[in-house]
Each structure stands twice: as structure tokens, then as C-alpha cells.
Ligand binder design. Structure first.
Ligand code: CA
Ligand code: ZN
Length: 305
């Protein structure tokens, strides 16, 4: 029997803040596969280069479609999110904005460029760049106060992590009944760091499978794909995020394997990669990337299922 895929359209409800007080727009059982339609990060307000930047409603930035209530997800559980498919529209937009991003201090005025997507290429003024579809904003309701959807954190949110793509599986620490999952801010392409503050911002839809895991715990999101298992972490500074991602992963491997922290520190220093997700959002995000062959030799599962 074909799997039933539930659809969540963007006009069914969006959030600008991940918050456990948000009213869910959809209720699903654990194990549900869901197709979620998304606006771009400007809520589709920039459709041509003539759009008057001053007229954009800056309160409508980074909308995430949802939230989805996943039955039986309770605080302390883990929400597993398998990204089965990402489809993007055929037109995206990038912008530079004064004070935004690594080059922001040198940017004098906001400029937006519309980019066409065709044959798996982003076309930009004579350049054809490979499409590399990813999700910028994805997460669950945080513990405590709500968090703006432009800010990342332990709940996920605006992590702008290029590994959040088709085939990847994310794990989020659940802090609210039902987890309250939402996603948005797709990019047709983005480089690590997202140095201008935008990727190729684009509307589209994402198919995910949502499962509740009760047999393990998490402090910050993790991600795995066929080759690697990664710890994601967000901090006030990139240094803080990088240190946290490294420490959480190293301690987790030590705990799960029973090996000493010193020995595991050597093993990850030999074989793991400390990488940047983004350095342009209000908080910064890093990932610590461990090859699966190492976990296999250590005979451990980083998340007990
Ligand atoms: Ca983003
Ligand atoms: Zn974006």
C-alpha cells in the first residue's frame, strides 16, 4: 500500500517565533510523513528587482510553516526528522544589506537580485552555479521563552546548516508537548557561513517523516546522513558554538563507548571536522562532524532508538 502523505500548505499557518504557547495548525501521529509548503525568508515579498526595499514589511521575515503537534512527544523526548525531499520553485532571491553579514560594514545600500533556477543551476549574471537545496529554519518549540524564527538555538530554528538537505536526519530535544515542529527558509544554494546573510532564498516544499524517540536525551540538535553523524550547537559567538558542539559530541562518544575522555578527544582530533554552519544570525552555529566508520569501530549508536 502506498504511504499516505499529509500536506500542510503555507496558508494554513506560519510562525515568526518558535514558542511552546503557539497553537498547532496540524496534529499528526509519530511516524507520519508530511509535505510542508514554505514561503521564502522574505515571505515572498521580493518578486522582482524593482521591489522597493523600503516597502518590505520587516516583521514578516523567516516565516516557518506550522507548528505541527506530534502526538505523544513530551518534554525530554527527541523528535527525529528525516528529510525525504526538498522541492524549490524556479526563482530565488539574494540580498546584501548594510550591517548584515561578514561584509555588511562595507555594503552601502541594500540590493536584491532575482535568480532563475533551471536544469539544477542557479543563473546569476552569466554565472551558472550548482543547485544545492537546503533548509535554513527548522526546529521545535524551545524551553522557556519563545525564540524569533531568525535566531537559532538548542531548539533548532535558523541554523542555516548546509547539511540540512535531502537524505539527512535531524534530532531535536523536545521541550513542549507535541514538540511543535515547523520549518521554512529554503535555499536553492548557500555556502557554509552564509556570509552575506542570505542564501538563494526561495519558496518550495519539503517532505519530512516525523518520529518520537523516548529512549535517549539531547541538549542541542544532532544530524546524520549516510557518511557522518554531527553535533550542531549554537552560542553567543562562533567560538562558543564551536566549543559546545565539540564538547557535547566528545562527551557523548565517551559516555556511549565507555572510553576515557582523553582517548576520545584524541580520536576526534584525529578524525572529526569542526565546521561552520552560519556566522550571520543573532547567535552563531557550528557543527562537529564525526565519520560513521569511527562510530562503527567503536560499536556505538549516538542516539539509542
Ligand atoms: Ca536563514
Ligand atoms: Zn534564508
Amino acid at each position: 500500500m502506498a504511504e499516505v502523505i499529509t500536506k500542510l500548505t503555507k496558508d494554513s499557518g506560519i510562525i515568526y517565533e518558535f514558542n511552546k504557547e503557539n497553537v498547532p495548525t496540524k496534529k499528526v501521529a509519530s511516524g507520519t510523513t508530511l509535505t510542508i509548503e514554505t514561503y521564502d525568508c522574505f515571505e515572498d515579498q521580493i518578486q522582482s528587482e524593482d521591489t522597493v526595499i523600503g516597502r518590505i514589511d520587516w516583521n514578516r521575515i523567516n516565516p516557518a510553516t506550522g507548528p505541527v503537534f506530534v502526538e505523544n512527544a513530551k518534554p525530554g523526548d527527541i523528535l527525529k526528522v528525516k528529510i525525504e525531499k526538498i522541492d524549490v520553485k524556479d526563482q530565488g532571491v539574494m540580498a546584501v544589506v548594510p550591517e548584515l553579514g561578514v561584509m555588511g560594514e562595507s555594503i552601502e545600500k541594500m540590493e536584491a537580485r532575482i535568480m532563475q533556477i533551471k536544469d539544477d543551476k542557479v543563473r546569476f549574471n552569466g554565472v551558472e552555479a550548482p543547485v544545492n537545496k537546503m533548509i535554513g529554519v527548522i526546529g521545535v518549540a524551545p524551553e522557556g521563552e519563545g525564540v524569533n524564527s531568525g535566531t537559532p538555538g538548542a531548539h533548532g530554528g535558523n541554523m542555516d546548516n548546509t547539511m540540512v538537505k535531502e537524505g539527512a536526519t535531524l534530532y531535536f530535544p523536545v521541550s513542549a508537548d507535541g514538540a511543535l515542529f515547523a520549518l521554512g527558509d529554503l535555499h536553492a544554494a548557500m555556502g557554509d557561513g552564509e556570509v552575506s546573510g542570505t542564501g538563494v532564498e526561495i519558496a518550495g516544499e519539503v517532505t519530512v517523516r516525523l518520529d518520537v524517540i523516548k529512549s535517549d536525551k539531547l541538549e542541542q540538535p544532532m544530524l546524520e546522513n549516510d557518511e557522518v553523524f554531527t553535533q550542531i550547537a549554537t552560542g553567543q559567538t562562533f567560538d562558543e558554538a564551536a566549543n559546545l558542539a565539540t564538547a557535547l559530541m566528545t562527551r557523548r562518544i565517551a559516555e556511549k563507548s565507555g572510553r576515557s575522555l582523553s582517548e576520545v578527544t584524541m580520536l576526534v582530533s584525529m578524525n572529526a571536522q569542526l565546521e561552520v554552519c552560519q556566522v550571520v544570525n543573532p547567535l552563531k552555529t557550528a557543527r562537529f562532524v564525526v565519520p560513521k566508520w569511527l562510530l562503527k569501530q567503536l560499536e556505538i549508536d549516538l542516539i539509542k532508538k
